[in-house]
Design a protein around this ligand. Structure first.
Ligand code: ZN
Length: 300
């Protein structure tokens, strides 16, 4: 009996360190939100250049951010490669599930555009946001259709330095966190995780999110187990030209602006939106595809 009790205690202790990672979930079905494709891509917008470092440095940073995830030992994470520039000025939204994703990364240099009302051509984002990853997904299957990243370049100073000043944001940390959203991970409750929503701005904490924690790795590997085949993988190949997106991401402006970062922390944020399923027979509309409906599920 004693041995049994010890085993039970051991299991309990193991359970105590239970996973902290969280998935996004499809609006209608609750299925985990993830890509069904095995080879993914991204574009970088040339509509605005980064203010604080050469535009030519961006691609290597983004590749490194995605690489942190795609190099995980489980080998299940889709590969991501750069396929060219985009002229998009912000995240774009696909109108149909079969639209080719552009997965564009855009620096927004104007605070006015970042926070402006959409009716006036603004993005309607919050000044407290450092960046946003906007995800479009199939509301029934959870398949991610498009994932774009907007960066609040007008509101924050980004740096490539390994030792950022307290008033700077480590670009690679931010991109690695956003890349986690791109793949379908929500915020983790593990303070060590890249997907934890806030990070300190000083010391090792300023670049901590560059390196995945065990919780991040456990999360991404669990998310990409048993992924169904994509309905759309053969619709345009990896070199499609289209470009429509939408965005969601991390940020932290206000907190930092207001209080020397009150504790020097900056929150990440993300937005996920659903696209109405269009691959299901729609008898009432003669099979016509329905227009996508935005569905924000903001957290934090
Ligand atoms: Zn986030």
């Amino acid at each position: 009996m004693k041995r049994l009790a010890l085993v039970a205690l051991a299991l309990l202790l193991m359970g105590g360190s239970a996973a902290a990672f969280v998935f996004f979930h499809a609006r209608d079905s609750g299925e985990p939100m993830r890509w069904f494709r095995k080879n993914l891509w991204y574009r970088i917008s040339t509509s605005a250049e980064p203010r604080d470092f050469p535009a030519s440095a961006t691609r290597a940073q983004v590749d490194e951010a995605f690489g942190a995830w795609t190099s995980t030992a489980c080998g299940l994470v889709p590969q991501v490669r750069y396929i060219g520039a985009s002229t998009a000025t912000h995240a774009t939204s696909p109108s149909r599930l079969s639209d080719e994703p552009d997965n564009v990364i855009t620096f927004i240099g104007s605070t006015a555009q970042w926070v402006g009302a959409p009716a006036d051509g603004g993005l309607g984002n919050s000044t407290t946001e450092i960046a946003i990853t906007k995800i479009s997904h199939d509301a029934k299957t959870g398949e991610i259709i498009d994932a774009d990243i907007e960066i609040n370049d007008g509101g924050f100073e980004f740096t490539l330095s390994d030792d950022p000043d307290p008033d700077q944001i480590d670009l690679l940390s931010m991109l690695t966190h956003e890349a986690g959203h791109y793949f379908g991970l929500d915020h983790s409750s593990d303070p060590e995780a890249t997907m934890f929503p806030t990070h300190t701005r000083t010391g090792a904490g300023a670049t901590q999110a560059r390196t995945l924690a065990a919780d991040d790795i456990d999360g991404i590997c669990a998310l990409y187990q048993d992924v169904p085949d994509s309905h759309y993988e053969d619709t345009g190949g990896d070199d499609g030209d289209s470009g429509n997106g939408c965005g969601a991401g991390p940020d932290g402006g206000l907190v930092w602006l207001v209080g020397l970062g009150v504790l020097g922390r900056w929150p990440f944020r993300r937005v996920a939106r659903a696209v109405e399923s269009a691959h299901e027979p729609d008898l009432s509309a003669g099979g016509a595809r329905r227009r996508a409906r935005a569905h924000d599920t903001r957290a934090r």
